[in-house]
Design a protein around this ligand. Structure first.
Ligand code: PDD
Length: 278
């Protein structure tokens, strides 16, 4: 089954999709994105993802090239066209195409592209065994709530983690506060209470994060959204990372500290069960 792209209002094989060199996404990472996965063939939490896309667009003063309902239809069409059992949809919207210059002309037409690839793309054993992560200094800007395609700090730190044989890197401020991982939000559990940093401008307000908080509330799990320190995270009973691509990934080691008994914990497994099966 071929991977496909949406570009210039049509679906074509992924390897045939090219972007002009003057696209401001290519030149400046001047754009925003979303990642949506399907469950049972249907895009999961699509409304929430598209609403966040709108917030990201507003955050960089970019007018979306289509309405959210049109976009939703294009996504559904792409999923059908690609024909995978489960699909990972990547949506990118850049400010448009014009010769390189830092300021932009306000008449630019935003450039919408998408790719449709098979999901899941990660090893399910990671969820079973749990993963090790490292901590890294928070070196990002103060609008991490915008899902910007400018991800240089994230990719540098993710690469550092991978080269150390770890799955992820957790951004920690100079004051010792945890923010989020390079590709997902962070939670910990202490004495059966679920903790996670607040969804302010320092983190991406994950759709998976919000889903877990909503489901946890429905299932009577006590939850606290507040600034969290690395010190208390290291002493937690369970730690996990969340994102659309991994759902929930148990963390069993942070730097040299083992979390809990070094195995994915029981409450993490309960919360993982809140997701409809793929
Ligand atoms: N990343 N924080 C960051 C920095 C992220 O990049 C992501 C997701 C999340 C979790 O968001 P959500 O639950 O809405 O997927 C949090 C996507 C998957 C990516 O960049 O591929």
């Amino acid at each position: 089954m071929p991977e496909i792209a949406y570009i210039n209002n049509t679906f074509i094989p992924l390897e045939k999709a090219f972007i002009p060199i003057n696209d401001r996404g290519y030149l400046f990472a001047d754009g925003i994105y979303e990642v949506i996965v399907t469950r049972n063939g249907k895009p999961f939490l699509i409304k929430e993802h598209l609403e966040r896309l709108q917030r990201s667009a507003d955050g960089i003063i970019l007018e979306l090239p289509t309405s959210l309902s049109e976009l939703s239809e294009i996504i559904e069409r792409g999923i059908k066209e690609a024909g995978f059992t489960e699909t990972m949809v990547y949506i990118q919207i850049t400010r448009g195409i014009e010769p390189r210059r830092h300021n932009y002309s306000t008449e630019l037409q935003a450039n919408l592209t998408m790719t449709f690839r098979p999901h899941p793309e990660y090893d399910p054993q990671l969820t079973v065994k749990g993963v090790a992560i490292i901590t890294v200094p928070e070196i990002r800007w103060s609008r991490c709530d915008i899902k910007s395609i400018a991800l240089l700090p994230n990719i540098m730190m993710k690469q550092r983690a991978v080269e150390k044989g770890c799955q992820e890197a957790l951004f920690v401020t100079e004051e010792g506060l945890i923010r989020e991982a390079t590709t997902g939000n962070i939670f910990f559990i202490k004495d059966k209470i679920l903790y996670t940093p607040p969804a302010d401008q320092h983190i991406l307000n994950g759709i998976t994060r919000a889903y877990i908080l909503q489901q946890a509330a429905l299932h009577g799990i006590e939850q606290v959204e507040r600034e969290c320190t690395l010190q208390e995270t290291l002493k937690a009973d369970e730690v996990f990372i969340t994102s659309s691509t991994v759902d929930l990934l148990p963390v069993i080691k942070i730097d040299d500290s083992t979390i809990g008994n070094g195995r994915p914990g029981p409450l993490s497994a309960v919360i993982k069960g809140f997701f409809p099966k793929i």
